[in-house]
Design a binder for this molecule. Sequence first.
Ligand code: KE4
Length: 430
Amino acid sequence: MQREKSESFFSKAQQLIPGGVNSPVRACKSVGCNPLFIERAVGSKIYDVDGNEFIDFVCSWGPMILGHNHPAVVEAVQKALANGTSFGAPTPLEVELAELVTEALPAVEKVRFVNSGTEATMSAIRLARGYTGKNVVVKFDGCYHGHADSFLVKAGSGLITLGIPGTPGVPEDIVKNTVSIPYNNIDILEKTLRDDSLDIACVIIEPVAANMGVVLPQPNFLQKLRDLTSELGILLIFDEVITGFRLSYGGAQEKFNIMPDLTCMGKIIGGGLPVGAYGGKKEIMAHIAPEGPVYQAGTLSGNPLAMAAGVATLKILKEPGFYQALNDKAEKFANELQQLAAKYIPQSTLNRAGSVMTTFFTGKPVTDFDSAMKADTEKYSFFYREMLNQGIYLAPSQFEGTFISAAQSENDLAKTLEKTEWVFRKMTSR
Ligand code: KE4
């Protein structure tokens, strides 16, 4: 595979940008190769600067559920662009997206748009602290909520990938207000929430974890979490940056019928442009400035181009049958992938939630951070590189998701399975 242009861009980028990338996990450090520089993408395909074509399962880490450059999204952004790019003032488009989001998510009565998932979660915990007057945030080992200080405690995504459980630069008195406990462990959850020495403002959770690889909530874990937080006056925050508009049009809160107090969103609601959002009950959101005293702001919040992309995307997702078709396609692919894995790589397990999944190279079930960490990352690294050589673009980390998009054709998926079988066979003869 030709990589000369990517290599030359990467060496120049490393002189100018830390690690040569604008987000650590993109550096492909954990999978033993250098990143490809992308020139363009359309539908299910992504093309690097050397002209190599790949079937894309990263989907920009989730946003591209429709595939790349969907005509309706492109048209909507071009139409908005003709009117200008940023005004720093309200526009009709943000009202339209707010209407779509609050109609879709049963627990979201009011919503505030920001520019990233990190801004959404950072703002949501500030609101929870301001609303409750308490300070402690409870999160779960291996969950990732963006890179705000309070979340960089036993966090997932790039921190697991790079083996940096915490990070310098986060003051001790921030860390002491974050308690991280194991996902799916009801006993520790109850003990922690009932600990009177902790003045807990909120619990934040990925209702389906996807940053230690995909890890599903065990039956009644989320219900127990909701019951305990309601009983104890602790706000429950669902971080639906990945699950929102991914698992269903109403996200995980609709799928599991569990209503959080606040919901964080990102990725899909921007249709590929920078958007995050947080929302919830009117009574809680009323505490956000200028309605209330909890401050949060942003120059580009509600950017019209991003709003246009989000509106165009959600209008397509809202169409009857969209999720049924996507999830059926994902289930069929996952079943066939599991059959191949059982045949060639018995020490593997596949976790899937709708159209996002992870194949872990471990023979044990993966139900939390500790069991995810038992996966053979060297095996994943070999698998990643070989699949890339076969034209399949996967997440450069064992601890991320594989995303199915509406644009991937039956032929794309059949080809991917054929390539996977070839690579699995190669792995057995290593
Ligand atoms: P951003 O600030 O990256 O837009 O969103 C942070 C975030 C918050 N919550 C969840 C559940 C998330 O998954 C994320 C970001 N996801 C990672 C990949 N799993 C972003 C990829 C990257 O960091 O480059």
